[in-house]
Design a protein around this ligand. Sequence first.
Ligand code: ATP
Length: 246
Amino acid sequence: GAAPPLLEIRNARIVYDHAVEAVREVSLSVPQGSVVALLGSNGAGKSTLLKALTGTLALEDGEVEKGAILLDGEDLGRTPTDRIVARGVSLVPEGRRLFANLTVEDNITMGGHLKGAADLARLRAQVYDLFPRLAERRRQIAGYLSGGEQQMVAVGRALMAEPRLLALDEPSLGLAPLIVDQIYATVARLNAEFGMTILLVEQNAMQAMEIADTVYIMENGRIVLDGPAEQMRGNLDVQEYYLGFS
Ligand code: ATP
């Protein structure tokens, strides 16, 4: 048969503290080479799904109680984060989570901690190629950068692991429209030029729909609508739903 999708979430139910149902019943598929946007308002359960995907859920006493998260058709189960990174999944976390008092270069380098020393210089050069502004600021302390530059550092750090799947949690949060455009242009380029698969979690629906192939909308732990981005952009329900948010 056909190769399995790079990522598949099958009937996942995710709870915190054995009680709080953050994800009630979610299935979604991220084919190799695609851009998938997962949209929904605050508290819908989007970040919880990303934490489950990256193996960091247990840190918050969360658990996939039912269903499965499959990478290349293989159930991730309780695979530790480092193994998941090694298998090609990198996360750009919500709020960027940089080490504010380390330099730009140190922050970026941290994303390559599973790589050998010989690879680090090559990978950093790729990141600086993608974000020339970071090359200029490589010796600066990350905490002094603008929000947009910090987001670039967070993306660059994730790229150091040479992911096949790049997951971004609200990359546009708190950034000026012009900077958001730049970040999105870079994400689109990673997909088009380097064939990287993208899973984009956003509240900023309109922007995300523009670069996505497929869109899922999540509400209260469930997918309430999904389809090709083209179709969703013209969908009146979607437009109405998002009038209140954007
Ligand atoms: P946001 O955009 O705010 O991150 P989201 O769609 O990503 O929203 P989640 O952060 O996944 O939503 O939260 C989903 C639900 O799970 C919410 O009701 C939230 O209160 C709850 N929740 C999230 N993290 C925890 C936690 N560590 N412990 C208990 N409940 C949590």
